[in-house]
Design a protein around this ligand. Structure first.
Ligand SMILES: NC(=O)c1ccc[n+]([C@@H]2O[C@H](COP(=O)([O-])OP(=O)(O)OC[C@H]3O[C@@H](n4cnc5c(N)ncnc54)[C@H](O)[C@@H]3O)[C@@H](O)[C@H]2O)c1
Ligand SMILES: [Zn+2]
Ligand SMILES: [Zn+2]
Length: 389
């Protein structure tokens, strides 16, 4: 089959690889109809999350079930499913509490309680490096989906791929961000990052009754997208008065909830990059710092942007002084996918209005380049293996 293969930093190509096969009795094989590139894929592409061997990448996908193992119960051959990005057993201590990204059984080689830099990581993710289980991803014509009784959700006829494909990751991620922020009716929510995840967090904040949603991003075209599709207030992160403007919009207090939908690859000055080299840091925690400033005292910060490094000068003093609550981590995609699906099914939210590019899978190298460099006003790319036939 053909698939997007990561070789080394900046090098993902459309290659021929072996077809996936059923390996366990609860596996399925999926023929991918739609797959997407995520900001998280960029951390591998940019070398921020290390991967030494070649690997089929991609964790956002849906498709048609081609083969089912003998112990697969809820899914039938020929069905259409969307697959959450985490691979989980569904039974362990963490899965039973809805923390499937911490599954004790899916990442057999590198799982552990310590959460170190290069070992003892969390549960497995599709196409997300050997550290996270070494499973092939779904930017491919076909993919093996392990633990198929747990993650995949059957999509009924009448809903197009584009309406539901973001249930695989970014909508439940935006939803998790808002749940973790404990957003309640009347709240003001400031969301850093107006990429795909930030846009989904904006939608989720409205769905949870927020009174005001403020989007922050350095890119005007992404702020315009946020205004158009989500009717939010916008502020440019390069604005010297950014934090004061947030105070001015919130009676001088700060937002009730701040969400980091940027992560460690936030825009940086030359000086900030040099400091990171000296401190042996990958990227920056500057958006977390901005969140601690922008949120009100006793407020909540929710971090879904990815971090893969410790940071010097982490603003722990301010977190203490303001009495902040923080939650970080991989989204609870499996836990929230049904709730999120209901929002779509009942027409309470539209997700596909963020798509800017639809390309055949064979264009995957160009697509990564465009999404990374934010050219052609790119917000979200979906790849269609079917367009190559
Ligand atoms: N926790 C999870 O389970 C989960 C799931 C999906 C994605 N993510 C992460 O969410 C983050 C965003 O993903 P995405 O797909 O939207 O990626 P993206 O790269 O398209 O979006 C990031 C946005 O942040 C903006 N930005 C850069 N510096 C900024 C700053 N200082 N202030 C405000 N905005 C700034 C960029 O211009 C861009 O629009 C990534 O770190 C990704 O890995 C996490
Ligand atoms: Zn993703
Ligand atoms: Zn588990």
């Amino acid at each position: 089959m053909k698939a997007a293969v990561f070789h080394k930093m900046g090098d993902i190509s459309f290659d021929t690889v072996p077809d996936p096969k059923l390996e366990a009795p609860d596996d399925i094989i999926l023929r991918i109809t739609t797959t997407c590139i995520c900001g998280s894929d960029l951390h591998i592409y940019d070398g921020f999350i290390p991967q030494l061997a070649d690997m089929v990448v991609g964790h956002e996908f849906m498709g048609i079930v081609e083969e089912v193992g003998p112990e697969v119960r809820k899914i039938k051959k020929g069905g259409r499913v969307v697959v959450p990005f985490t691979i989980a057993c569904g039974n362990c201590f963490f899965c039973q509490q809805g923390f499937h990204a911490n599954c004790e059984h899916s990442n057999t080689k590198n799982y552990g309680p310590r959460g170190d830099l290069m070992k003892e990581k969390g549960g497995a993710l599709f196409g997300y490096t050997d550290l996270y289980g070494g499973y092939d991803g779904g930017q491919a014509q076909f993919v093996r989906v392990p633990r198929a009784n747990v993650g995949p959700v059957v999509i009924p006829d009448g809903l197009e791929d584009e309406q539901v494909v973001f249930l695989t990751d970014i909508f439940p991620t935006g939803w998790s961000a808002v749940k973790w922020g404990k957003v309640k009716p009347g709240d003001t929510v400031v969301i850093f990052g107006s990429g795909p995840v930030g846009l989904m967090a904006q939608k989720s904040a409205w769905l949870h009754g927020a009174e005001r949603v403020i989007a922050v991003d350095p890119l005007e075209y992404r702020l315009n997208k946020a205004k158009t599709v989500n009717d939010v207030d916008v502020l440019n992160s390069e604005d010297d008065d950014l934090i004061q403007k947030i105070y001015d919009m919130t009676d001088g207090r700060g937002a009730d909830v701040a969400i980091d939908a940027v992560g460690m690859e936030a825009n940086r000055t030359f000086f900030e990059k040099a400091k990171a080299v000296i401190n042996v840091e990958k990227g920056t925690a500057k958006v977390i710092d901005l969140c601690t400033q922008a949120v009100r005292r006793s407020g909540t910060i929710s971090v879904v942007g990815v971090y893969g490094s410790p940071y010097d000068n982490f603003p722990i003093h301010r977190i203490f002084d303001k009495g902040l609550t923080m939650q970080f981590g991989q989204a609870q995609a499996i836990m929230y996918i049904d709730q999120c699906f209901e929002m779509v099914r009942q027409g309470k939210v539209v997700l596909d209005d963020i798509i800017t590019h639809r390309l055949p899978l064979s264009k995957v190298s160009d697509a990564y380049d465009m999404f990374k460099n934010k050219t052609d006003d790119c917000v979200k790319v979906i790849l269609k293996p079917g367009l190559d036939n």
